[in-house]
Design a protein around this ligand. Structure first.
Ligand SMILES: *[C@@H]1O[C@H](CO)[C@@H](O)[C@H](O)[C@H]1NC(C)=O
Ligand SMILES: *[C@@H]1O[C@H](CO)[C@@H](O)[C@H](O)[C@H]1NC(C)=O
Length: 492
């Protein structure tokens, strides 16, 4: 072929290709902008999975033609709604972290040591110090390289500045109440603030409960440039800036010894040996935090947010007074106690005005989590593989006593306990008069998100209950941020 002939051929090809792509694009555009596309819910476009496509026969077409027209479906919102956001699966992160240095740049922090790794399982102690550090770093990279995708709808991007502004707009900000897992979550949350140079002082002396054990109260630092921006954005007076925007009340059971003895029917002389952490009178402190202040009526207009959990400690292991002749009977006693605890906690908090309380569900433990290096494929996979929980937990130890102790951790009751909270909250909301000033209750579910992550625990082989920081806590935070924005009507 002569060079001229070749170039003519090339030109004809370009013209032909250009025409073809124009036609295709034109058709695609007109299809997308057609009302049918806009109005139909997303699911309409899902391919039926594993099913043969079904083509209508003549008769079916005839029948279809005489059917009355169905009303156009209401378009689904863009964002996932309430419970929907916590239903989904983990997929590989679209832009994966390539190294621990990469993670540390993304999570950089001038005030605290940067995240440097998650525990690795080394039963024979064969790793050298340096090698271990490297493996721990890589494990953090691996656990962070997954993204939570709801089955339906989009999740908001988490915006820490906007979140803190929201906290300032309420008298008491955000308050976390719960056990060591809530403390872990609190840690991950404040880290996201520090990353943006949001600076604060912990437990300044002018606050009630300053210096009390198990209480962390954060007040924005006066001198910081970021504080000025946050105050401007929220439009609140200086008096609000002097009070906490973020508080942790580490109270493992939600109740004190006297209450717990009463609801377990323990004898008054029963000598209970326990070490759980507690903040005596935390409910009153919440009331103090949530109280509206004079001079702040126009700008501090939102509810104080509370995220509470009372989970893992409500086991027979902690409540040694619960005794019966079989495991089943003992667990029945525990269920009864748990239900009485819910009644007590809700009856104490409900009369507090201007608070929104989110009960955060208890996240699962995964026996033998050291066997996992990736999330489960989806919820079906998780359910199938997480059967026989107690049996598998017992297999991790050898003596009869240890096995008995493992079964008394009652990890199998986390889910039924969560369901009790969910039901109670549904019932309270159904009975709540529209003009009620009482606390608003919400059920904030992290079960599905967490049970699909057997690979993300703190210390595989040793601790398969707590989670490696920041991993899934950051996803809980994002879900919570999304949920609050939805519930308060800022997004639809
Ligand atoms: C935080 O402050 C440091 C030091 O002044 C600065 O280099 C960094 O860019 C700041 N980060 C953000 C997110 O503003
Ligand atoms: C909580 O209760 C609601 C209403 O009964 C139900 O639709 C939802 O599935 C429940 N959530 C969980 C996680 O059990």
């Amino acid at each position: 072929m002569s060079p001229r002939c070749r170039s003519r051929l090339r030109i004809s090809f370009i013209i032909l290709f250009g025409f073809a792509s124009y036609t295709f694009h034109h058709r695609l555009t007109s299809w997308i902008v057609s009302p049918g596309f806009v109005e139909r819910p997303l699911t309409y476009f899902d391919f039926p999975e594993g099913e043969e496509m079904h083509y209508a026969t003549e008769i079916e077409r005839d029948i279809a033609m005489v059917k009355p027209p169905t009303p156009a479906p209401v378009p689904l919102p863009l964002h996932c709604q309430s419970y929907e956001c916590g239903v989904g699966k983990w997929i590989p992160r679209k832009e994966p972290f390539t190294s621990i240095q990469d993670v540390q740049t993304t999570y950089s922090n001038l005030w605290h040591p940067v995240w440097d790794g998650c525990g690795v399982w080394d039963p024979l102690g064969k790793f050298e110090e340096e090698e271990k550090k490297k493996l721990e770093g890589q494990r953090l990279v691996d656990t962070l390289n997954w993204e939570w995708i709801p089955d339906r709808g989009k999740l908001l991007e988490y915006d820490p500045v906007d979140f803190v502004v929201r906290m300032l707009k309420s008298p008491g900000g955000l308050v976390l109440v719960g056990d060591s897992i809530s403390r872990q979550h609190w840690h991950a949350i404040y880290y996201t603030f520090r990353h943006l140079n949001i600076t604060f002082d912990s437990n300044p002396k002018h606050l009630p409960l300053a210096g009390v054990a198990n209480v962390e109260q954060f007040v924005l630092s006066r001198a910081s440039a970021m504080t000025k921006i946050l105050q401007e954005k929220s439009g609140v007076p200086q008096s609000r800036m002097e009070r906490p925007f973020f508080t942790l009340l580490e109270d493992h059971m939600g109740l004190g010894e006297i209450d717990i003895k009463a609801i377990t029917n323990a004898k008054s002389n029963y000598n209970w040996d326990h070490k759980f952490r507690r903040v005596e009178g935390w409910e009153d402190h919440l009331k103090w935090l949530a109280m509206p202040r004079e001079g702040e009526e126009n700008s501090v207009t939102e509810d104080t947010l509370v995220m509470i959990n009372a989970g893992a400690h409500w086991s027979r292991h902690e409540l040694a007074m619960l005794r019966a002749s079989t495991d089943k009977q003992e667990q029945f006693l525990l269920e009864n106690t748990y239900s009485r605890m819910i009644d007590l906690v809700t009856s104490r908090l409900s009369p507090i005005e201007r608070i929104s309380i989110y009960y955060r569900s208890t996240s699962p433990g995964h026996p033998q989590c050291e066997d996992h290096s990736t999330p489960y494929k989806d919820m079906t996979d998780a359910r199938r593989q997480e059967q026989n929980l107690v049996q598998r937990l017992k297999e991790t130890v050898s003596t009869t006593d240890d096995k008995k102790q493992r079964s008394r951790w009652d990890w199998d009751l986390f889910k039924p306990h969560n369901e009790m909270w969910n039901r109670t909250i549904q019932t309270m909301n159904e009975r709540r008069p529209a003009d009620s000033k009482d606390a608003k209750w919400h059920y904030f579910d992290v079960w599905d998100v967490s049970i699909q992550r057997p690979d993300a625990h703190l210390d595989p082989g040793k601790d398969c209950l707590h989670w490696c920081l920041p991993t899934i806590f950051d996803d809980w935070t994002r879900l919570f941020y999304h949920r609050v924005n939805l519930d308060e009507g800022r997004v639809k």
